[in-house]
Write a protein that binds this ligand. Sequence first.
Ligand SMILES: [Zn+2]
Length: 694
Amino acid sequence: MARKVKAVDIRGGNVRVDFRSRLLMTVFTVIALATAIARPASKNAAADGRDTSINPGDDFYRYANAGWLKANTVPVGQSSYDTRAMLAETSSRRVQELVQEAASAHAASGSIAQKVGDYYSGYLDQQAIDAKGLSPLADEMAKIAAISDKRSLSAYLGTTLNSEVEGLTTNADHIFGIWISQGFEDSEHNLPHLWQGGLGMPARDDYLDPSPKVVHLRNQYTAHIKTMLTLAGEEDAEAKAERILSLEIRIARAFAPDSDAADVFKQNNTWRSAEFNSKAPGLDWAAYFQSAGLSEQRDFLVWQPSAVIGVSALVRDQSIEVWKDYLRFHFLDHYAEVLASPLAAEHFAFYGAILSESQKPRDRSKEAIAATNGALGQAVGQLYMQKYFPPAAKIRAEAMVNDLIAAYRGRIANLAWMSPQTREKALAKLAALQVIVGYPDAWTDYSFDVVQGDAFGNMRRAEAFNRWRNLEKLKQPVNPIDWPINPQVPGAVIMFSPNAEFFSAAILQPPYFDSEGDSASNYGSAGAAMAHEISHSFDELGNIYDAQGRLGQWWTAEDRARYRDAAQKLVGQFNGYCPLPDLCVNGKQVLSENVADLAGLLVAHDAYVLSLKGNQDSVISGLSGEQRFFLAFAKRWRKLQTEPALRQQLKTDTHSPGEYRSDTVRNVDAWYDAYGVAPGNKLFLSPESRARIW
Ligand SMILES: [Zn+2]
């Protein structure tokens, strides 16, 4: 289910970040649960990782982190280790324990624990899976065999239209994918957003790039297709594999260029259902929509028209037999993990070892956990919440969010670069913004049967349920608080459309947030992180979405000019940071994230002060509340990475290395007061040199 490594499946267990298409949403700190590694806890956790021999005004990052940096190493086979990895490890371990406990609990039939437990144990029951051999495939293979003309082909393709895509997906698992969400210009109604898809390899370039490395990858993929077909008893597998690859190359040619993904206005194409036949001739669209369950739907948002036009024409121009081979192979590949061992092993050999370059052996237990998370995400989330994020923790996190919003209200009202009318729009957008923490108040009711020892059937039923649940949304009003991430996945999802942000229970954990710990540290760490994300709703990214999440720029040209002018000081500051003798930070490349860091830190500090309600914070371990606030901010950026990883980050990432993100404090007056930083200290900036944007 989660095999397309460059696609982002924020519901599933195997989660990756792809910043190429920051259209409707942006994701931060979402880490592969399935690939997190187990490590013993840091030995000197009690010492908090500081090095008090370093003057905080000279090197705040090392004052806060040198002890930790010395005590830890980059794990073998990884390129970095940081606080995100620590969170991922914790979540991964907890989820594993919860799922395994559920599996051995033999809970009441129909309960969440029964469904989670049986989904997991059924997935692991290789003996039962192997005993069934190819028999689970029979029904669907018969349907494919019965395809006899364009009309029946179109109708069959309609049954594959699945709701597995999200705002960040680049390639749906079938020829098209569908996502139900509000429109680009209509925030009142849910609409089907139609996506390109159908490629077995994740990227368009995997099919079109003529370089020897990618040609080799295509050969490996063709061999994979051949092996899968052979294992399923198909004759003439080699020739069929060649024809399937050539069909996918044609599909890839119809894909929108990757660069289009960065421009949301290119995705805003409304097509009426009656127009598909004339705009994209080939497919029998009436038959397609009928079997997809969309015959009543009038309007569609077509994200990549070229793909819809191209694939539809391929239905007309390619032979029925080639399409049937393509469908057989993709059916096998889609369900390989719950089919007999040789198919599952071959699937991993290509998608795990070759495509994801995984050096680790296959771990069936981890695959089972990822699959359970994917199928029953909120059920696992409920188990997680009950044990690790009780209502009291949610209440504490919500109080922090309220302080952050109040702090933003104060900051926006005084922003010098926004004109008065723009400020009003920003305040209206802030008032409409929903910031939701922890877990959903209303959980998904997984009303389908999970049957012991039926891995294939369970996956089919889970997918059918998900598809039904999503299509039902077309009949319902827009629900801006429909959780796009599971509580047990450490991450946040910032939706611009609808106007809502989600912070999962698993990210609101130590070291970021301690629901029973010190407020000053919580505001400095998780608070600053949340405020960073919220700032994107009001910066150049968020500027193109209004309070209701509709497309429409609300800054004026003068606002933009003043904003860019105010941000210039940060460009200069970061250009001066050179972690390698031959390579410095590119201040322009990282500017928008640095602005968000500064906004996040300032607003979180305001919120911390608000939370005190005029009282003095206590001193803990010799540190004032102000000191602990900034210390927690610097601790969040502790990170070890290899030199190649650092080089790669400096060249391509829009985020600066952690050390310099920690140095954002140089622009905040309260930090100078908290640590007595004065002229002569290496990090000192004169008040007029400090960047003041927020
Ligand atoms: Zn950001």
